[in-house]
Design a protein around this ligand. Structure first.
Ligand code: UD1
Ligand code: CA
Length: 490
């Protein structure tokens, strides 16, 4: 059976959340890349309600600003004084007027609740033509929750808060999740009749169940298929539990979609990340924000990628990348730091202890060792020698550097920006380059070597060095390395 579009979903988020011991409102604490409120609004949005309502009170400017991020059309209703969940809903019905249709109420601090669970609640509510349908759960430890009281026939009779419950009622293990589907018109009338004659002196939304039943309306309950979904967050211990549960859920979905996750226990993937098939995620990896990974890539071990794009078949290990783009087939790391505005071309290689910022690296270029490149463009297939530093900052302003295609920078080159090294040009190792190097030229900017013959015997007579000279000693072990690392024009 098709499910009716709710006339409203109301998210209660006015409470202070004292047990978080925080300067930021509870529902703004984040897990898996979104605030708790963001997760709840995303789930609520999937129900396509005519109105998405947030009840805000404590720190309402921040709560409102956050809500708008996820639901631009959100309607924020202010509850000045947190006088109970019934009072919060009354503020909504009194502000919005008639709500003819199904009204869903949920909480801003229940980020694990799935849209499909709320949809099942609405379907049952609609099928049974109830005035209210409560989402319930059976839990091993019901303490703190409202208990579901059923009559002799097993039908829902009322909800009793723990503070008001008898010992026998406290033994009941079926609890109120705090989520409900209501008939909007009946809800608006019933919340006006909620009393405050209870242990907490509050207007309890839970009392609406007994009120509607007393009026002769059908009321019902639906057991949550997964009781874990109704876990609320009251403190940071529960926040960590919920974060772990949400992460596990996301990782399982990725593994089922064809992604290898070597160590789920040490892998964290935010809700808005996307990953292509056959990509392997190594241990100790965090993929954050709007990070997008292509197919067949290898990420990790030990990576933190935030708002970063990685192309197909790229490999990134032990790297921190923020707002960077890594092209297909490129390799990054180990121990690389790609800062905002870094774009690595296809097949390029960024190696060990290399930091880049606002830098575009052409296809097939290599920056293998111990290098800083800031505010620069590196041409295709250029080779940047070990220890190269782009000196982009003169203490006042940042300047741009261009290195041409197939250029070759000797080890320990300093490029003092602004500067251009032409296509195919070289720099000599140890050069501090302050002027442009034309295409095809070599820039040499260093002291010329002078060897003082016999210096050791004159100035260090009797030393081991002098003795070594006298014996004409031996093997030099590591002879010249052909090509690749350490290669320098002489
Ligand atoms: C509530 C239910 C309880 C249920 C439990 C599930 C009532 C009376 N009790 O209890 O049956 O088992 O949730 O977690 O509803 N809020 C407002 N304005 C208020 C009061 C609360 O917006 O005036 C919001 C809070 O920010 C929170 C939510 O409503 O997000 C629940 O409030 P809370 O005080 O935590 O209710 P519980 O005592 O846990
Ligand atoms: Ca609570």
């Amino acid at each position: 059976m098709s499910q009716p579009r709710p006339v409203a979903v109301i998210v209660l988020a006015a409470g202070e959340g004292t047990r978080m011991k925080s300067r930021i409102p509870k529902v703004l604490h984040a897990l898996c890349g979104r605030s708790m409120l963001g997760h709840v609004l995303a789930a609520a949005g999937e129900l396509d309600p005519q109105r998405l309502v947030v009840v805000a009170g404590h720190r309402r400017e921040e709560v409102t600003a956050e809500a708008v991020q996820y639901a631009p059309d959100v309607c924020v209703v202010v509850q000045e004084r947190q006088a109970g969940t019934g009072h919060a809903v009354r503020m909504v019905t009194e502000t919005l007027g008639d709500l003819p249709g199904v009204v869903v109420v949920t909480y801003g601090d229940m980020p694990l609740l799935r849209a499909r669970t709320l949809a099942a609640l609405i379907r049952e509510h609609y099928a049974a033509a109830n005035a209210v349908t409560v989402l319930t759960a059976r839990v091993p430890d019901p303490s703190g929750y409202g208990r579901i009281i059923r009559d002799d026939g097993g039908s829902l009779a009322e909800i009793v808060e723990e503070a008001d419950a008898t010992t026998a009622q406290r033994a009941i293990d079926e609890i109120n999740s705090g989520c409900y589907a209501f008939d909007g018109a009946l809800l608006a009338d019933a919340v006006k009749r909620v009393a405050t004659s209870n242990a907490q002196g509050q207007e309890y939304l839970t009392d609406v169940v007994a009120i509607l039943r007393g009026d002769g309306h059908p009321v019902g309950a639906v057991l949550a298929a997964d009781p874990g979904e109704i876990q609320g967050v009251n403190d940071r211990v529960q926040l960590a539990q919920v974060r772990r549960a949400y992460n596990d859920r996301l990782l399982e979905a990725w593994m089922r979609a064809g992604i290898t996750i070597v160590d789920p226990a040490s892998t964290w993937i935010d809700a808005d990340v996307t990953i292509g098939q056959d990509t392997e995620i190594g241990p100790g990896t965090q993929l954050e924000g709007r990070t997008t990974i292509g197919a067949g890539a290898t990420i990790g071990p030990g990576c933190q990628l935030r708002d970063t794009t990685v192309g197909d078949n790229a490999a990134v290990s032990h790297a921190v990348c923020v707002q960077a783009e890594i092209g297909p087939g490129a390799t990054v790391g180990p121990y690389a730091y790609l800062r905002p505005g870094t774009r690595i071309g296809p097949g390029a290689h960024i190696g060990c202890h290399v930091e880049l910022k606002n830098a575009a690296v052409g296809a097939g270029a290599k920056i293998p060792h111990l290098t800083y490149v800031g505010d620069a463009g590196i041409g295709e297939r250029a080779n940047i020698g070990a220890g190269t530093i782009v000196a982009n900052y003169d203490g006042t302003a940042k300047h741009h550097t261009t290195v041409g295609a197939h250029a070759f920078l000797g080890s320990n080159t300093v490029l003092v920006a602004p500067l251009t090294v032409g296509d195919g040009a070289y720099t000599a190792a140890g050069s501090v380059i302050t002027e442009d190097v034309p295409p095809g030229a070599i820039g040499i900017a260093r002291g010329r070597q002078h060897n003082s013959q016999g210096w050791v015997e004159r100035r260090r007579p009797g030393s081991a060095s002098a003795a070594a000279r006298a014996h004409g000693a031996g093997d030099h072990g590591d002879e010249g390395i052909e090509g690749g690392e350490g290669t320098q024009p002489r």
